[in-house]
Structures are given as C-alpha cells and as structure tokens.
Write a protein that binds this ligand. Structure first.
Ligand code: HEM
Length: 491
C-alpha cells in the first residue's frame, strides 16, 4: 500500500518497527534495555506526559463544529459584523459539558450543562460561555470556588457529599432558583441536542455612535427540550456513561444536524434603571412577558471533531473574547469571569494557547506585544518591534479603546463610569529631568559626560530615531540637545 504513511519517530526519522526494543545480550527475553533506544525512551517519556491539567470545572464534555447564521436584522442594536447581514454565516466550535465531574464522568449525571461556543468572526473570536439554565447559584464571584468545591469531592473521603452540597446552598440561598432548575428534570437532559442555553448574564449590544442596549441571550433547541427522569439518568450513567457523546456524534455522522434558534432579550439603559430586578444580579431572569424574545439567528452543528484532544480538550473559551458591537455589563460575576478563563487557559494550555488550531482566529491577528513564551507556532512577528509606540514600523489602530461600550453619559453615572485611559505627556514631565540637568551643571564636567555618553549610544541609531531623541532632550533644555549633537559630530 503505497499511500500508507511511513512510520517515523517524532522528528521524522523512519523506523523499521514500532514494537521492537533494543535488548542487551542477543535474542530471547531478557530485560536489560539500552539508553540508546531512542524509540523506546521517547515512547515511554511521551506517554507519561500525555495528560494536561483538566479544567477545574466543566472537565467532561462533548463537542462539535458548526455554523452560526444571521436570520433576522438586528442592526438597530449592534454593529457587530457577525450579527449583521441576513444569511451571513460564521464558523463555530461548540463544547457542551457537565460541571462537577472530572474528565471521564458520566454524561447523564444531574448537573448544569456548560455551553462553550466560539464564533470565528471577521472581527476576531467571539465566545459565548453560557449554561443550560438562565440563572446562577451565586451573585458574588468570591463564592464561586466554594460553590464548586461543595459540589465536588469531600477533602477527607474523596466522595461527593450531600451534606457539603446542601450546607453550601443552605447558606447561599440567593441561588434557590438555580437550585430548583437543577433538581427539575432539566438537570438530567436526554441529550445535548435537547437542551437550551442561556447567557444568564446581561451583556451590552453597542453601536459606534456610543449608544447601547442591554441584552440577554437565549439559545433554544430546535429538537425540543427533552429530559430523562432521575431513574433513567442514573440507569444510563451506569449502562452507557458516554451516552450524550455518542448521541451527538452519531446524529452528526448520519447527517441529522442538530440546530438551535438564537434569541435576544433587549432592554434600554433607561428601562434598566427602573426595572424591578437588578439586571446585574445573575440569580434573576427577565420574564419574557416583560422582555419578549427577539429572533436573531440559527446555530447548526454539522461536523464531528476529527480528534477530541486537538479540537475539544485544547479549546479555550472566555467571556472576555468579544468583538466590537458587544460589551460586558457591570455584572460582578461576569467581571470576575473576564479574568478567570484566560488565566485558566494559560495554566492549562500554556501562554500561546490562542495559536492552537482550535482557538486560532480566522481573521488576521497582529499582536506583536504578546510574543515568545512556551510553544510559539507562528513566525512570532519576525523582527517587528516588540514594544509599543514605535516609529520603526507603522501599525494601524482601529475600533474603540478598552472602554468599549462604556463611553457615554448619564446612565453610566447610574452604573459607575468606566473610561479608556492613556496618560498624556505634559511639559511638567520634563521638569524633574531639567532639575537633574541643573544638578549635573554644578558638578565639573558631568553635563559633558552625559552628552558624550548619550552620543556614543545614539550615534548607532538610524537618522530619524536620532532626530526624535534629540528633540526629546531639547524639551529638557535646548542646551542638552545641542551638546549631544556636538558630541555626535565629533565621533
Ligand atoms: C465567578 C464565576 C465563575 C468563575 C470564576 C468561573 C471560572 C471558570 C473556570 C476557571 C473554568 C475552566 C476554564 C478552563 O480551564 O478553560 C470555567 C469553565 C466554564 N464555565 Fe465558568 N466560571 C464562573 C461562572 C460561570 C457561569 C455563570 C457560567 C455560565 C453562564 C459559566 C460557564 C462555564 C462554561 C460553559 C465552562 C466550560 C468552558 C469550556 O467548555 O471550556 N461559568 N469557568
């Protein structure tokens, strides 16, 4: 079979057998092996390193590729390009998880299902990291680690522990709505094709003119919500722990692509101020009777991962991945999450995790101020300046500053204003340098030394860089620049 791949070691060297090890002392079973047996050593060494840290929550999952399609015009609310243009499609990676179990846990256990969805847009990656219930157990982010530990294993017994579970919830009763959803049959979905997902959080839809709307996202299954009973779920957990994984995989493989309809609930800032529920409290929904569902688009899953580890285990989702036209609200849980996910990904996958194929943006990425680090797979920006504000290579800056969605007036005072800030250079920034120059003037030859020392170094710079440096020294005192220039001329 000519088309069969030639077996090699990891650095490409062909090897005649994958099952032969070098034994000392001729044929026959003897256990003395050789350090020179690269194949054996590499095979054993790689095996010991096959595991990466599993996610501290949401470790067990199933995932697939698909597409998001805009079906309705919502251009009045947001400029986000992936949400504009009926018929527009964006590639999607979706990972649906249980929360509490370790990797390998049964698919049908009673739990919330996580919904990690990466939308590969023309403006960069946009992630929706949602849950299968519309409210959450806590509204204070500091409680999140405790919430999860109470659902996981007892530190002494290493068993899940109902006392621990209920002890936490008894003392955090703000989560009662979430708790009741969890203990309804929605806590044991029939399959991942039959569940809904919700942003839970309030986000912002923003426009370039500075206007914005608050939004909650609802993702509703077109297969219909279907659940298992408690007994069915327990039974299935024993019989077929990978039930949901197989169900999704099989459905996609036979072309029965599952789909979901995406809706927004939309609220104006003025409405938020007088609404009976605090819109930043994640334990509360907005009843549909107050804010009806506005149809937006459709999600379809149509491709199984060709390799689970590469596509799903290495995927990294974060609520902080958001494109222009979308912004965070002042929900404290969301604010905490904006830090936690990228931090987790750096720990779990390494600092260059955004370069992995499953996470890599389809739009151009130019981020030369984040470079090097373990496992850089790109050209690492070649010789482009690694520092900001360089004249040596021009970079175009577009879009809003870091205060995306926070830039305007009255309502922000109600929330608490956030602004994007970069300090400006003022004349006073040169005052202390000028005093230092004067101090040097009181010490024999010291101003001259400084001018000479600068000249020796600056002389090596290209002319336009030299000119700008001299201009800067001139702002300390014109004579500094004059003296340096004279010294350069002498070199
Ligand atoms: C303060 C609150 C929260 C914190 C600190 C937090 C933190 C985390 C962390 C550290 C992970 C693992 C990430 C990784 O290793 O890649 C994770 C996963 C996840 N979280 Fe949260 N979380 C919080 C609340 C929530 C809420 C409210 C939701 C849903 C609305 C949610 C949905 C998810 C999902 C879906 C995943 C799995 C993502 C994936 O498939 O990789 N989390 N969370």
């Amino acid at each position: 079979m000519d088309s069969a791949p030639v077996y090699t070691l990891a650095e490409g060297v062909p090897c005649a057998s994958a099952v032969t090890a070098q034994h000392f002392g001729g044929n026959g079973i003897k256990g003395l092996m050789l350090l020179q047996d690269t194949q054996l050593i590499e095979t054993l060494a790689h095996f010991s390193r096959e595991r990466i840290p599993e996610r501290v929550v949401h470790a067990q999952a199933v995932g697939a590729w698909g597409e998001f399609e805009v079906t309705h015009d919502i251009s009045d609310y947001t400029d986000a390009k992936f949400l504009n243009g009926i018929g527009k499609k964006s590639k999607v990676l979706l990972r649906i998880s249980t929360v509490g179990s370790e990797r390998g846990g049964s698919d049908t256990v009673r739990d919330v299902r996580g919904w990690g969805m990466k939308i590969f847009t023309e403006e960069g990656n946009h992630d929706w990291v949602f849950n299968s219930i519309p409210v959450f157990f806590v509204r204070d982010p500091i409680k999140f680690p405790s919430l999860n530990r109470s659902h996981k294993r007892h530190p002494a017994t290493n068993l899940t522990d109902p006392s621990m579970f209920w002890d936490f919830h008894n003392n955090s009763q703000e989560g009662i709505h979430a708790l009741m959803l969890l203990f309804s049959d929605r806590g044991t979905p029939k399959s991942v094709r039959h569940l809904n997902a919700y942003s839970g959080h309030t986000y912002k839809l923003t426009k370039e003119d500075g206007s914005f709307y608050y939004v909650k996202v609802h993702i509703k299954t077109d297969q219909g919500v279907q659940n298992l009973t408690n007994n069915e779920a327990v039974d299935m957990a024993g019989k077929n722990p990978g039930f949901h994984t197989a169900d999704l995989r099989d459905a996609i493989a036979r072309g029965d692509y599952p789909s979901w309809t995406i809706y927004f609930q939309i609220m104006t800032p003025e409405q938020a101020e007088s609404y009976r529920w605090n819109i930043f409290d994640m334990t509360k929904i907005w009843p549909h009777s107050d804010y009806p569902l506005v149809p937006v688009g459709k999600l379809t899953l149509n491709r199984n991962p060709s390799n689970y580890f590469v596509d799903i285990e290495q995927a990294a989702f974060s609520p902080s991945n958001m494109v222009p036209g979308w912004a965070p609200s002042a929900d404290p849980i969301l604010q905490a999450r904006m830090f936690a996910y990228n931090d987790a990904a750096r720990y779990r996958l390494g600092v260059n995790y955004q370069q992995l194929p499953c996470n890599r943006a389809v739009s151009p990425v130019y981020c030369p101020y984040q470079r090097d680090g373990f496992m850089s797979f790109t050209d690492n920006y070649g010789g482009d300046p690694s520092y900001v504000t360089s004249d040596l290579k021009s970079v175009r800056f577009v879009g809003m500053t870091g205060a995306n969605g926070h830039a305007i007036g009255g309502h922000e005072e109600w929330v608490g204003e956030v602004v994007g800030f970069t300090s400006c250079l003022v004349e006073d920034d040169f005052a202390q340098a000028r005093v230092f120059w004067d101090v040097l003037g009181t010490q024999e030859g010291q101003q001259q030394h400084l001018a000479y020392n600068v000249a020796c170094h600056l002389n090596g710079a290209i002319p336009r860089v030299q000119a700008k440096a001299l201009e800067m020294f001139g702002r300390v005192h014109p004579e500094v620049a004059v003296m340096i220039r004279e010294e350069i001329c002498k070199i």
